[in-house]
Design a protein around this ligand. Structure first.
Ligand SMILES: [Zn+2]
Ligand SMILES: [Zn+2]
Length: 329
């Protein structure tokens, strides 16, 4: 595994031990992820009780860090009556890891998704969830064009501090990793750390072509009301700027339910303030479960619909050919 800090240090044992810490903190491996006990599943077959169109474009199968093969998701989607199912494996990132698809496997991944279409009532789509890390990640258009993808979800999971090659992993199940990165990379300056996350999102929105922005405010997940509140002016200013860039660049906002069913967050991504603003700005929405198992495909779907309706949002978008079109919920 490549360790970015090693480049800046000589070969003393101290350097090696720091390296080990950084590796452990910032690059959780698949085996580590598998070891984390999956919390109880709260599978509820909501889709069967819901009359509208049902789509989920954010899923992870075994080509990345998902736990089941494509076939299992297709089978479940057909059983619960999803109209559209999209696969969004994590796109490659520059460091060695086992949570992202390897680029040389993307053609096989795309082909395999397509191979299930003939026997599926659910319409299938294939995309990638691309990480944006300034100066490190491949252009999103490279993947879209090279592999004829239906869509790109863009997101920030690894935050790069200015003039640093180390990365702060803000996702995953372990709060200690978030806290250690905050300490080591940002001297526990939460405003600086969170601002860096949002600025990386701004840069992604300005420099890349993405259809959907993933879990817009995931930075709140491990905060859980400890270091900052979402009502602070500096935080609201960052959110407002992100929304203005989403509007300007025609990006879709996803209501991501994963934090709730994994019990890692007490709210949807994004939070109520963002939903209210997004409604005022007429931004387009989708609902995603960010499923890593087939039984997660429609978790909290109806709650998400109710949440949107409570803000007067009664339309989502779905893929129709190459275009995203609105439909009523
Ligand atoms: Zn994600
Ligand atoms: Zn995801």
């Amino acid at each position: 595994m490549q360790c970015f800090v090693r480049k800046n240090l000589t070969g003393e044992s101290m350097a090696d031990s720091i390296c080990k810490v950084i590796e452990t903190i910032f690059f959780p491996t698949k085996s580590n992820l598998n070891k984390q006990a999956d919390e109880r599943q709260y599978f509820r077959n909501f889709a069967k009780n819901f009359d509208g169109m049902k789509c989920n474009y954010h899923t992870h199968c075994t080509y990345c860090d998902g736990k089941e093969p494509i076939e299992a998701f297709v089978k479940q989607a057909n059983e619960i009556g999803l109209n559209h199912l999209g696969f969004s494996s994590h796109a490659p990132v520059p460091n060695e890891n086992d949570f992202a698809i390897e680029e040389n496997r993307i053609p096989e991944y795309v082909k395999e998704v397509h191979s299930f279409q003939e026997n599926s009532n659910t319409q299938l789509f294939v995309g990638l969830e691309c990480d944006f890390i300034p100066g490190m990640t491949q252009k999103f258009d490279h993947y879209r064009n090279e592999y004829q993808l239906d869509y790109i979800i863009g997101g920030v999971h690894l935050v790069r501090p200015a003039n640093d090659e180390r990365l702060w992993f803000i996702d995953g199940s372990k709060r200690e990793i978030y806290d250690a990165g905050l300490d080591i990379l940002f001297n526990n300056n939460i405003q600086k750390a969170v601002t860096t996350f949002w600025e990386q999102s701004f840069q992604m929105l300005e420099e890349e072509h993405l259809d959907i922005i993933a879990h817009l405010d995931k930075i709140k997940m491990h905060n859980q009301h400890r270091f900052f509140t979402e009502e602070e002016k500096w935080y609201i200013d960052l959110v407002d700027h992100a929304l203005s860039l989403i509007k300007k660049n025609d990006v879709i906002v996803e209501i991501n339910t994963r934090g709730l069913y994994k019990k890692r967050c007490d709210a949807f991504y994004p939070s109520d303030y963002i939903l209210a603003q997004a409604k005022k700005m007429h931004l387009p929405f989708i609902i995603s479960s960010d499923a890593h198992k087939s039984e997660e495909l429609n978790l909290y779907y109806n709650e998400a619909v109710q949440k949107l309706k409570s803000f007067g949002i009664d339309q989502l978008v779905h893929l129709d050919g190459n275009h995203w079109k609105e439909y009523d919920i």
